[in-house]
Design a protein. Structure first.
Length: 481
């Protein structure tokens, strides 16, 4: 029998989300792009970073789901979830240290070592993440879950963003990679140890067998989605070969157009096929759900892509050299995170008052406007203004879009339907980086007099995806259940 909740359980039950988000905020926009750049050089950094993102995100998606299921049936002495959080945190710390050593390598051997280590890191991190997500449902009564979830949101978004910006990013930008990684490891260790204090007890072993069908269905969905993304990547490569015969401006226009088409096609076809694999024939009866996921994925491809490539964008646009871009990139991420926090709660009220779809449309319009300002910005002040609008739009989107989703899914199968939307999170990073990276590299190589032009064009594509997400709303009928 678990003991009754105490005041500090608001922290212990949620604090490992802080560790996981600090890990993500350190690796995705800062450490990994810089290491990839060092290993493969300027000409191919986007392509190889996109390749790494594609496979590591697919691994993360599958491991998180698998470990969540296994921990559901765990009867270990330490508890149902804590053993997985403990093992995942320790494993992640070991891999982070190995990544630090990999920085001394060179060339493609360094890249493929990093590739393997990042995938191992995804296994370790999502071993803990899959279990961590079960703590609130396991331990918190329904009448307190709203407050616990609010604490989770604070520890998951603004707090780690601020911590990384004020500590780890400063260390990395000054060339102190090891110091930054040690701070990261310390945060992972402390948050894990605090989580070991949750009021969790060993559960009795049951004879009930694990139902593997949901996980097998997720494997099929992930496989289908990955094939679609790989296919669109090949389409972009073919477009590159054809466009090389044209002059510079025509090459840029055709490649950018093909990139936008490829990302849009990957979003629409990937979601269409995945929903049919995930929910079967009933997908035909719930077309609004398919369009909701398309809307969600279109927006997230834009926002996730900007986070992934922000270092490369700032290097090309404002001349930051190497790790010097880490600090302004983290500062911009912090601004975005703060505005997400400030706008998320008002968005819930506004969507109740003015409707879900109008608020989702407004969020996409704000993010598109912020992207336009970011692209045209003459200095970092205007970059911050653009980032603020993107953060504001993203905060509105997270609340209003999810509320819209809960309205259109069948209430008796809400868990199964909403679970499919997890594919949008992983798919967003994969589509934006795997398809976008080669586009940015090709355009930048063709325009040596305009440093970073490829990433400028890529951010334009992401901004257009925010607009495309608005058009996806037309397929959503609120009276469909």
């Amino acid at each position: 029998m678990n003991r009754s909740l105490r005041w500090y359980d608001y922290l212990t039950i949620n604090v490992y989300f802080l560790g996981l988000s600090t890990l993500s905020q350190t690796m995705t926009p800062l450490v990994v792009p810089l290491l990839v750049q060092n290993f493969v050089g300027e000409a191919q950094k986007g392509t190889y970073y996109g390749l790494l993102r594609l496979w590591s995100l697919m691994v993360a998606l599958l491991v998180q789901s698998l470990m969540g299921m296994i921990s559901d049936h765990s009867s270990l002495q330490l508890g149902r979830r804590r053993p997985f959080i403990l093992a995942g945190a320790l494993g992640a710390i070991v891999v982070v240290i190995l990544i630090g050593f990999s920085a001394n390598l060179e060339g493609m051997s360094g890249y493929w070592t990093l590739f393997a280590l990042i995938n191992l890191l995804m296994v370790a991190a999502n071993t803990g993440h899959g279990a961590q997500q079960g703590l609130i449902p396991d331990l918190v009564p329904e009448n307190k879950r709203g407050l616990f979830s609010g604490i989770k949101a604070i520890l998951e978004v603004p707090v780690p963003v601020i911590i990384v910006s004020l500590t780890i990013a400063k260390l990395i930008s000054s060339g102190k990679l090891w110091a930054g990684l040690f701070v990261l490891c310390g945060i992972l260790l402390i948050t894990m140890l605090l989580t070991m204090g949750v009021p969790e007890k060993q559960i009795e072993r049951t004879s009930k067998k694990m139902d593997w069908k949901p996980f097998l269905r997720l494997i099929m969905m992930t496989g289908v989605f990955t094939v679609v993304i790989l296919g669109m990547g090949q389409f972009v490569k073919l477009a590159q070969i054809i466009a090389m015969k044209l002059d510079g401006q025509s090459f840029i226009l055709i490649l950018a157009s093909c990139g936008l088409i490829a990302m849009t096609f990957a979003i629409v076809l990937g979601v269409w096929l995945s929903t049919r694999v995930g929910i079967g024939k009933s997908a035909q009866e719930h077309r609004s759900f398919t369009w909701w996921v398309i809307n969600r994925l279109s927006f997230l491809v834009g926002s996730t892509g900007m986070v992934s490539f922000i270092i490369y964008f700032l290097q090309g646009r404002f001349g930051f050299q190497g790790e010097e871009a880490a600090k302004p990139a983290a500062n911009l991420t912090m601004i975005v995170g703060l505005f997400i926090l400030l706008s998320a709660l008002p968005s819930g009220y506004l969507s109740d008052r003015f409707g879900r779809k109008p608020m989702v449309a407004l969020s996409s319009a704000l993010a598109a406007l912020g992207t336009l300002i970011l692209i045209l910005a003459p200095d970092m002040t205007f970059v911050s203004v653009g980032g603020s609008l993107i953060g504001l739009g993203t905060g509105f989107f997270y609340s209003a879009n999810w509320a819209l989703g809960t309205e259109i899914v069948p209430q008796t199968e809400a868990g199964r339907f909403l679970g499919i939307s997890n594919l949008a999170g992983a798919g967003a990073g994969a589509i934006s980086a795997y398809i976008g990276g080669p586009i940015a590299d090709s355009i930048t190589a063709l325009s040596p007099r305009t440093p970073g032009l490829g990433y400028l064009v890529l951010f334009i594509i992401y901004g257009l995806l925010f607009i495309i997400s608005i058009f996806a709303l037309h397929g959503i009928a609120l009276n469909e259940r």
